[in-house]
Design a protein around this ligand. Structure first.
Ligand code: HEC
Ligand code: HEC
Length: 200
Protein backbone atom coordinates (compact mmCIF):
# COMPACT_ATOMS: atom_id res chain seq x y z
CA UNK A 1 0.00 0.00 0.00
CA UNK A 2 1.17 3.50 -0.82
CA UNK A 3 2.40 5.26 2.31
CA UNK A 4 0.38 8.39 1.65
CA UNK A 5 -2.85 6.39 1.42
CA UNK A 6 -1.98 4.50 4.60
CA UNK A 7 -1.32 7.80 6.38
CA UNK A 8 -4.70 9.23 5.34
CA UNK A 9 -6.38 6.07 6.47
CA UNK A 10 -4.80 6.36 9.94
CA UNK A 11 -5.78 10.03 10.17
CA UNK A 12 -9.36 9.24 9.11
CA UNK A 13 -9.66 6.37 11.62
CA UNK A 14 -8.07 8.53 14.32
CA UNK A 15 -10.57 11.34 13.92
CA UNK A 16 -13.43 8.84 13.84
CA UNK A 17 -12.31 7.44 17.20
CA UNK A 18 -11.97 10.91 18.70
CA UNK A 19 -15.42 11.79 17.38
CA UNK A 20 -17.07 8.75 18.93
CA UNK A 21 -15.40 9.45 22.29
CA UNK A 22 -17.29 12.71 22.70
CA UNK A 23 -20.19 12.08 25.10
CA UNK A 24 -23.57 12.25 23.33
CA UNK A 25 -22.03 12.59 19.86
CA UNK A 26 -24.95 11.89 17.55
CA UNK A 27 -24.73 8.54 15.73
CA UNK A 28 -25.33 8.78 11.97
CA UNK A 29 -28.47 6.58 12.18
CA UNK A 30 -29.98 8.53 15.03
CA UNK A 31 -32.72 10.15 12.92
CA UNK A 32 -34.25 6.71 12.15
CA UNK A 33 -34.59 5.88 15.83
CA UNK A 34 -35.41 9.42 16.95
CA UNK A 35 -38.58 9.39 14.82
CA UNK A 36 -40.11 7.21 17.54
CA UNK A 37 -37.74 7.31 20.52
CA UNK A 38 -36.88 11.02 20.28
CA UNK A 39 -33.37 12.49 20.29
CA UNK A 40 -33.78 12.51 24.10
CA UNK A 41 -34.82 8.83 24.39
CA UNK A 42 -38.11 9.71 26.06
CA UNK A 43 -40.23 7.97 23.44
CA UNK A 44 -41.55 11.28 22.12
CA UNK A 45 -44.87 10.71 23.89
CA UNK A 46 -45.96 7.58 22.00
CA UNK A 47 -47.63 5.21 24.49
CA UNK A 48 -46.08 1.94 23.25
CA UNK A 49 -42.58 3.30 22.66
CA UNK A 50 -40.32 2.51 25.61
CA UNK A 51 -38.20 5.13 27.37
CA UNK A 52 -34.59 4.22 26.56
CA UNK A 53 -32.77 7.31 27.90
CA UNK A 54 -30.28 6.38 30.61
CA UNK A 55 -30.79 2.62 30.27
CA UNK A 56 -27.37 0.93 30.59
CA UNK A 57 -25.80 0.31 27.17
CA UNK A 58 -25.40 -3.42 27.82
CA UNK A 59 -29.17 -3.76 28.33
CA UNK A 60 -29.99 -1.72 25.21
CA UNK A 61 -27.58 -3.81 23.13
CA UNK A 62 -29.02 -7.04 24.47
CA UNK A 63 -32.52 -5.89 23.52
CA UNK A 64 -31.46 -4.71 20.05
CA UNK A 65 -29.69 -7.99 19.27
CA UNK A 66 -32.81 -9.83 20.47
CA UNK A 67 -34.98 -7.89 17.97
CA UNK A 68 -32.41 -8.58 15.27
CA UNK A 69 -32.18 -12.34 15.84
CA UNK A 70 -35.92 -12.83 16.40
CA UNK A 71 -35.86 -13.59 20.14
CA UNK A 72 -38.07 -10.48 20.37
CA UNK A 73 -40.73 -9.99 17.69
CA UNK A 74 -42.22 -6.54 17.08
CA UNK A 75 -45.85 -7.56 17.09
CA UNK A 76 -47.40 -4.12 17.55
CA UNK A 77 -44.92 -1.92 15.67
CA UNK A 78 -43.09 -3.90 12.94
CA UNK A 79 -41.12 -0.80 11.85
CA UNK A 80 -39.04 -1.10 15.05
CA UNK A 81 -37.69 -4.51 13.97
CA UNK A 82 -37.25 -3.32 10.37
CA UNK A 83 -35.16 -0.36 11.58
CA UNK A 84 -32.91 -2.57 13.70
CA UNK A 85 -32.52 -5.24 11.00
CA UNK A 86 -30.48 -2.78 8.91
CA UNK A 87 -27.85 -2.08 11.59
CA UNK A 88 -24.45 -3.71 11.99
CA UNK A 89 -22.91 -4.50 15.37
CA UNK A 90 -20.85 -1.27 15.56
CA UNK A 91 -23.92 0.85 14.80
CA UNK A 92 -25.91 -0.95 17.49
CA UNK A 93 -23.14 -0.31 20.01
CA UNK A 94 -22.94 3.35 18.98
CA UNK A 95 -26.71 3.90 19.33
CA UNK A 96 -26.77 2.07 22.68
CA UNK A 97 -23.89 4.22 23.96
CA UNK A 98 -25.67 7.38 22.82
CA UNK A 99 -29.03 6.62 24.47
CA UNK A 100 -27.46 5.22 27.66
CA UNK A 101 -25.53 8.49 28.20
CA UNK A 102 -28.74 10.58 28.30
CA UNK A 103 -30.42 11.49 31.61
CA UNK A 104 -33.09 9.02 32.74
CA UNK A 105 -36.65 10.33 32.61
CA UNK A 106 -39.93 8.90 33.88
CA UNK A 107 -43.22 8.48 32.04
CA UNK A 108 -44.86 10.71 34.69
CA UNK A 109 -48.11 8.79 34.30
CA UNK A 110 -50.84 8.91 36.93
CA UNK A 111 -50.87 6.08 39.45
CA UNK A 112 -52.88 4.95 42.42
CA UNK A 113 -50.90 5.05 45.68
CA UNK A 114 -52.57 2.01 47.24
CA UNK A 115 -52.04 -0.12 44.15
CA UNK A 116 -48.45 1.12 43.88
CA UNK A 117 -47.82 -0.02 47.48
CA UNK A 118 -49.18 -3.49 46.67
CA UNK A 119 -47.07 -3.49 43.48
CA UNK A 120 -43.92 -2.65 45.43
CA UNK A 121 -44.40 -5.70 47.66
CA UNK A 122 -44.88 -7.91 44.58
CA UNK A 123 -41.86 -6.37 42.87
CA UNK A 124 -39.63 -6.79 45.94
CA UNK A 125 -40.72 -10.40 46.27
CA UNK A 126 -40.64 -11.54 42.62
CA UNK A 127 -38.68 -9.09 40.45
CA UNK A 128 -36.23 -6.97 42.49
CA UNK A 129 -33.35 -9.45 42.43
CA UNK A 130 -32.94 -8.78 38.69
CA UNK A 131 -34.75 -5.46 38.06
CA UNK A 132 -33.21 -2.65 40.16
CA UNK A 133 -33.95 1.10 40.13
CA UNK A 134 -32.58 3.09 37.16
CA UNK A 135 -30.54 5.08 39.71
CA UNK A 136 -29.15 1.99 41.52
CA UNK A 137 -25.33 1.87 41.64
CA UNK A 138 -25.49 -1.67 40.33
CA UNK A 139 -27.97 -1.07 37.49
CA UNK A 140 -25.44 -1.96 34.79
CA UNK A 141 -24.67 -5.34 36.30
CA UNK A 142 -28.26 -6.26 37.16
CA UNK A 143 -29.61 -9.06 34.97
CA UNK A 144 -32.80 -7.24 33.99
CA UNK A 145 -33.57 -3.88 32.37
CA UNK A 146 -34.75 -1.20 34.84
CA UNK A 147 -38.57 -1.03 34.85
CA UNK A 148 -39.29 1.90 37.20
CA UNK A 149 -40.51 4.99 35.36
CA UNK A 150 -41.12 3.02 32.15
CA UNK A 151 -44.32 3.65 30.17
CA UNK A 152 -47.30 1.54 31.32
CA UNK A 153 -48.51 0.62 27.83
CA UNK A 154 -45.03 -0.63 26.89
CA UNK A 155 -44.68 -2.66 30.10
CA UNK A 156 -48.05 -4.30 29.42
CA UNK A 157 -47.02 -5.02 25.82
CA UNK A 158 -43.68 -6.50 26.91
CA UNK A 159 -45.19 -8.64 29.68
CA UNK A 160 -47.89 -9.82 27.29
CA UNK A 161 -45.24 -10.75 24.70
CA UNK A 162 -43.33 -12.93 27.20
CA UNK A 163 -46.57 -14.63 28.20
CA UNK A 164 -47.66 -15.36 24.60
CA UNK A 165 -44.14 -16.37 23.49
CA UNK A 166 -43.61 -13.41 21.15
CA UNK A 167 -40.56 -12.75 23.29
CA UNK A 168 -38.22 -15.41 24.52
CA UNK A 169 -37.52 -15.12 28.23
CA UNK A 170 -33.76 -15.37 28.41
CA UNK A 171 -33.75 -16.40 32.06
CA UNK A 172 -36.06 -19.27 33.07
CA UNK A 173 -36.46 -17.84 36.60
CA UNK A 174 -38.26 -14.81 35.16
CA UNK A 175 -40.65 -17.09 33.27
CA UNK A 176 -41.49 -18.81 36.58
CA UNK A 177 -42.11 -15.46 38.30
CA UNK A 178 -44.29 -14.19 35.45
CA UNK A 179 -46.47 -17.29 35.71
CA UNK A 180 -47.30 -16.23 39.28
CA UNK A 181 -48.93 -13.02 38.01
CA UNK A 182 -52.60 -12.47 37.22
CA UNK A 183 -54.19 -9.32 35.78
CA UNK A 184 -54.65 -7.74 39.23
CA UNK A 185 -50.99 -8.26 40.14
CA UNK A 186 -49.82 -6.93 36.77
CA UNK A 187 -51.93 -3.80 37.32
CA UNK A 188 -50.41 -3.29 40.79
CA UNK A 189 -46.87 -3.68 39.42
CA UNK A 190 -47.58 -1.16 36.65
CA UNK A 191 -48.82 1.39 39.22
CA UNK A 192 -45.66 0.82 41.27
CA UNK A 193 -43.39 1.34 38.23
CA UNK A 194 -45.28 4.55 37.36
CA UNK A 195 -44.68 5.90 40.88
CA UNK A 196 -40.94 6.34 40.27
CA UNK A 197 -39.32 9.57 39.09
CA UNK A 198 -35.64 10.51 38.71
CA UNK A 199 -35.85 12.47 42.01
CA UNK A 200 -37.50 9.75 44.08
C1 HEC B 1 -41.67 3.08 14.35
C2 HEC B 1 -41.19 3.45 15.64
C3 HEC B 1 -39.81 2.97 16.08
C4 HEC B 1 -38.59 3.13 15.44
C5 HEC B 1 -38.33 3.80 14.09
C6 HEC B 1 -37.59 2.55 16.32
N1 HEC B 1 -38.19 2.05 17.45
FE1 HEC B 1 -37.25 1.13 19.00
N2 HEC B 1 -39.04 0.57 19.75
C7 HEC B 1 -40.29 0.92 19.25
C8 HEC B 1 -41.31 0.12 19.89
C9 HEC B 1 -42.80 0.20 19.63
C10 HEC B 1 -40.64 -0.77 20.77
C11 HEC B 1 -41.24 -1.92 21.57
C12 HEC B 1 -41.30 -3.09 20.57
C13 HEC B 1 -41.72 -4.44 21.12
O1 HEC B 1 -41.00 -5.00 21.96
O2 HEC B 1 -42.75 -4.96 20.67
C14 HEC B 1 -39.22 -0.43 20.68
C15 HEC B 1 -38.22 -1.03 21.46
C16 HEC B 1 -36.90 -0.62 21.49
C17 HEC B 1 -35.90 -1.02 22.45
C18 HEC B 1 -36.11 -1.94 23.64
C19 HEC B 1 -36.19 -1.14 24.91
C20 HEC B 1 -36.40 -1.98 26.14
O3 HEC B 1 -36.62 -1.39 27.22
O4 HEC B 1 -36.34 -3.20 26.08
C21 HEC B 1 -34.73 -0.41 22.09
C22 HEC B 1 -33.40 -0.52 22.81
C23 HEC B 1 -34.99 0.38 20.90
N3 HEC B 1 -36.32 0.24 20.58
C24 HEC B 1 -34.06 1.13 20.21
C25 HEC B 1 -34.27 1.61 18.89
C26 HEC B 1 -33.22 2.07 18.01
C27 HEC B 1 -31.74 2.12 18.39
C28 HEC B 1 -33.83 2.43 16.83
C29 HEC B 1 -33.17 2.94 15.57
C30 HEC B 1 -32.35 2.01 14.86
C31 HEC B 1 -35.26 2.22 17.00
N4 HEC B 1 -35.48 1.70 18.26
C32 HEC B 1 -36.22 2.51 16.06
C33 HEC B 1 -40.49 1.88 18.27
C34 HEC B 1 -39.54 2.28 17.33
C1 HEC C 1 -33.87 -13.98 37.22
C2 HEC C 1 -33.90 -12.59 36.81
C3 HEC C 1 -35.24 -11.97 36.51
C4 HEC C 1 -36.37 -11.94 37.30
C5 HEC C 1 -36.56 -12.57 38.69
C6 HEC C 1 -37.34 -11.13 36.60
N1 HEC C 1 -36.80 -10.70 35.40
FE1 HEC C 1 -37.73 -9.51 34.03
N2 HEC C 1 -36.08 -9.59 32.82
C7 HEC C 1 -34.94 -10.28 33.09
C8 HEC C 1 -34.04 -10.17 31.94
C9 HEC C 1 -32.66 -10.80 31.84
C10 HEC C 1 -34.71 -9.38 30.99
C11 HEC C 1 -34.23 -9.00 29.60
C12 HEC C 1 -34.61 -10.10 28.66
C13 HEC C 1 -34.96 -9.64 27.30
O1 HEC C 1 -34.06 -9.18 26.58
O2 HEC C 1 -36.13 -9.69 26.92
C14 HEC C 1 -36.00 -9.03 31.56
C15 HEC C 1 -36.94 -8.23 30.92
C16 HEC C 1 -38.14 -7.85 31.47
C17 HEC C 1 -39.08 -6.94 30.87
C18 HEC C 1 -38.88 -6.19 29.58
C19 HEC C 1 -38.24 -4.87 29.91
C20 HEC C 1 -37.95 -4.01 28.75
O3 HEC C 1 -37.66 -2.82 28.97
O4 HEC C 1 -37.99 -4.48 27.63
C21 HEC C 1 -40.15 -6.83 31.70
C22 HEC C 1 -41.39 -5.98 31.50
C23 HEC C 1 -39.87 -7.67 32.86
N3 HEC C 1 -38.64 -8.28 32.70
C24 HEC C 1 -40.71 -7.80 33.94
C25 HEC C 1 -40.45 -8.59 35.05
C26 HEC C 1 -41.34 -8.67 36.18
C27 HEC C 1 -42.66 -7.93 36.33
C28 HEC C 1 -40.76 -9.54 37.07
C29 HEC C 1 -41.31 -10.02 38.39
C30 HEC C 1 -42.66 -10.54 38.37
C31 HEC C 1 -39.50 -9.98 36.47
N4 HEC C 1 -39.35 -9.39 35.26
C32 HEC C 1 -38.60 -10.86 37.07
C33 HEC C 1 -34.64 -10.94 34.27
C34 HEC C 1 -35.52 -11.18 35.32
Amino acid sequence: MNILKLGLCVIATGSFLVGSDVANAEPENLAVCAACHGVDGSGAGYPYVPIIAGTPAAHLEEALFAYQDGARRCVGVPVMCEAVALLNEAQIEELAAYYSALPRVSSEEDYNRKLAAVGKLLHDDLCARCHVLPTDDDVENALGIPLNGQRAAYLRLALGAYLTGDRETLVPIMADKLRELDQGKIDALIHYYASWGPES
